[in-house]
Design a protein around this ligand. Sequence first.
Ligand code: ATP
Ligand code: MG
Length: 477
Amino acid sequence: MRRTLYLKLILAYIIFGIFGFIMVSTFASSMTLEHLIREQAEKMYEEATLIANTYATDLYNNQTSLDAVQKQLDALDTYMDATIWIMNPSGRLILDSSTILDINEEKIVENFDPTITLGSYYTTGDFFGYFKEDMLSVYAPITTDFSIKGYVVIHSSMKDLKASKESLLSISYLLLILLFLLSLIILLFFTEFVYVPIKRITEATEHYATGDMNYDLSIDSDDELGYLGGALSYMAHKVATAEEDQKKFIANVSHDFRSPLTSIKGYLEAMIDGTIPEEMHEKYLKVVLNETERLTKLTNGLLTLNNLNMTGMVLEKSIFDINQVIKSVVESFEGTLFKKKISVDLVLTGERLSVEADMSKIQQVLYNLMDNAIKFSYDDSTIKIETTQKHNKVFVSVKDSGIGIPKESLKLIWDRFYKTDLSRGKDKKGTGLGLAITKEIIRAHKENINVISTEGVGTEFIFSLPVYDDDDDDDLA
Ligand code: ATP
Ligand code: MG
C-alpha cells in the first residue's frame, strides 16, 4: 500500500509534465504562429493599402513612371524585408521590387484568384504555386473609378516568422520547466505531511497487529493525520492495559483459589496420615469448612461480577422504600454486630423514602458496605447510616470509625481483588470483590458512589439513587 501511494503521486507528476509538454508543443505552438502571422499580416496590409492608394494608383493613372515606382518599392522592400508586387487582376506582374521585369518576358501568376482568401486579406503558402517555399502574402486592391485595376501584393518569407515562433516557444518551454520544478514543492509537502505520517501509522499498525502494543507512534502535527495517529496509539494503549488487566485478573483468581485449596489439602492429608490426631479432627474440619466457604464466596463473587459485566445488565427496577431496605439489611447483621458490640445509628429521612431501582441489587450494595464497615470497625464502635434527599436524588451514607483506608489505596479499592495492607490482617476471608460488584451495580443505575476516608479515623461510603416522587402518584390517583 505504502509504495503504491507514492508511485501514484509520482506518476501523476510525470503525467502532468508530459501533458504540459504536449500542450506547449501543439496548442501553444500553433497559437503563437497564428498570432505572429496575423500581426505581421496587419503591418504588411497597411503598407500594401498605402502603396495601392499612392504609387500604384498614380501608376495606373499615368501620373508617374514605372521606374520611379520601382525605385520607391525597392527601398521599401529592403526596409520591410519583403517582396512587393504590383499585378493585374489577371495575374500578370507589372512590377516586382526584387527584380527589374523584362518587358519581353511576362511573369504571370497562373490561377490567381483574389477571392481565395475568403474575406481575409492574407494567405499563406506558395501563392498559387509561384514560390517554392511558404510565404505570407497580403494584397490590397488598386481601385480607380470604382473598379479594381490591379493589386499590390506583399510577400514575406514564413521562415522568419517560424524562427520567431521557435524563440517565443522556447520561453514557454523554459516556463514549463520552471513550473514543473516549482511543483516539486507540492511533492515535498506531500512527502513530509502526508506520506511520512501515513508510513509511520502503517508501520505502527503492523507492530500493533503483531502484539507489540507499546510501539511508540507519535506524529508531531495537529492535522487529521496527527489526530489519527493519536487515536491509534491511544487505542493500542487501551488494548495493552486491557490485556495487562486480564493477566492480572487471572493471576489473582488463581492465587485466591490456590491458597484455600492448599490449606484444605494440607489439613486433609494430615488427618489421613495421622499427623493430626483424631480428637483434633473436628477443630481442623471446621477450618476446612471455613476455607470451602471462602471458595464458595469467591466463586459466587466472580459469577456475580461476570453477570454484571455483560453488556446491558438487566435491572429489574421497582419502587421501594430505601429506609425499609436499610433496616432489614442491618437486621441481617444483628448477630455479628452483637458479637463485636457495634451499634448502628440510623438517621433516615422521612417515614418513607421511595426510590426507583433494582431492589435486590441495592440490597447487595448495602450488604457489601455494611459488611465492610463491620469488618473494619473496632469493637465497641458505632456505624452511622444516613439517608438524605436533595432535589431528585437520595443519598445513602454508610459511615464507620474503623481502620480507614490509606490515601494511596483510595482509588484502588474498586478494583477486583484489591485489599489494602491494613485490612489483610483483620479480614482473612475477604475476596476483594465486594466493592467491584458494588461499583458495577451503581454504574448500571447510572448513579455514583464515592468514598471519604482517613486512615485510623474511619470511612464513609455515599451513593445516590433516583427519588420516586410519591406525590406525583397521589396526584395521578
Ligand atoms: P469481600 O467484600 O469480597 O468480602 P473485601 O471486603 O476485602 O472482600 P471489598 O469490599 O471490595 O473487598 O473492599 C476492598 C478493600 O477496601 C478491603 O479489602 C479493604 O482493604 C478496603 N475497605 C473497604 N471498605 C472499607 C472500610 N469501611 N474501612 C476500611 N477499609 C475498607
Ligand atoms: Mg467487602
